[in-house]
Design a binder for this molecule. Structure first.
Ligand SMILES: *[C@@H]1O[C@H](CO)[C@@H](O)[C@H](O)[C@H]1NC(C)=O
Ligand SMILES: *[C@@H]1O[C@H](CO)[C@@H](O)[C@H](O)[C@H]1NC(C)=O
Ligand SMILES: *[C@@H]1O[C@H](CO)[C@@H](O)[C@H](O)[C@H]1NC(C)=O
Length: 220
């Protein structure tokens, strides 16, 4: 066999290893700073997420905890997602992750807890008051109170149904409610309200996923 053909085959193999291999994009792991770490990657070019799994080690001062999870297609987005339950988080600890397809290592990455805190998604409630205002309350879904939850903020965003322009207001989580003044809104109009959480504890760098929308309608 000619040596140039042999060389050509080697190059083709190398190029294919780079391009034909698993197209893992946007691999990331976020923790909720209470009990769960969620890892995901983009799966637009995958039929399903089967075969992808992950090993995780959490190195603490006196012990090492090992976790593993299997990726599944998220119901909401074109992502493959896997979750691990953790007993608790410490700001400075490192989670070492190994992303695998079967037993083949695709990539390894370390995540320091403080840099990847993503608050849980809030749940909104809205009630019309006697004077035509809208009393908004929410549940942050955290069971324990600590310096992280004490520094949570909620950003409420509302817009007229069918329109793009929005108004936002940011309230400390500890306040627990926000009144949207009805007289500043358009009369007889349906509004849509959503919210996201962030915390001063990590510089409000990472926002939660957006809450489910709630609707309210103004009077005359
Ligand atoms: C995912 O894909 C694999 C092969 O590509 C197939 O065997 C399996 O049945 C699929 N799983 C689902 C839930 O579609
Ligand atoms: C992943 O974890 C499993 C189960 O603990 C283990 O058998 C396997 O060797 C690990 N793989 C890698 C690449 O660390
Ligand atoms: C946003 O607030 C401003 C000032 O209060 C108001 O003029 C505007 O109509 C509001 N927009 C929406 C979509 O509510």
């Amino acid at each position: 066999m000619s040596s140039s053909l042999f060389l050509y085959q080697i190059i083709l193999t190398l190029v294919c290893q780079a391009l034909c291999d698993d197209p893992i994009k946007d691999f990331n792991c976020f923790n909720d700073y209470e009990a769960e770490m969620t890892c995901s990657f983009s799966s637009e070019s995958l039929r399903n997420c089967s075969g992808y799994n992950m090993n995780v080690t959490q190195k603490l001062a006196y012990e090492i905890n090992r976790y593993s999870c299997v990726f599944e297609r998220s119901h909401h987005n074109a992502i493959c997602e896997c979750k691990i339950e953790v007993e608790g988080f410490i700001t400075e600890e490192i989670f070492s992750t190994t992303l695998l397809k079967g037993t083949k290592v695709l990539l390894q990455r370390d995540f320091k807890t403080i840099d990847y805190i993503k608050p849980k998604t809030p749940v909104l409630f809205v009630k019309k008051t006697e004077n035509g205002n809208f009393h908004v309350t929410w549940v942050d879904s955290y069971e324990q109170r600590n310096v992280f939850t004490d520094n949570l903020f909620i950003t409420l965003t509302y817009r007229i149904k069918g329109e793009i322009e929005t108004n936002s207001t940011k309230v400390a989580n500890t306040v627990g409610f926000c009144d949207i003044v009805g007289s500043l809104l358009q009369p007889k109009t349906e509004y849509i309200l959503t919210a996201k959480m962030s915390s001063n504890y990590n510089g409000q760098k990472i926002y939660s996923d957006q809450s489910a929308a709630v609707h309210f309608t103004t009077g005359l």
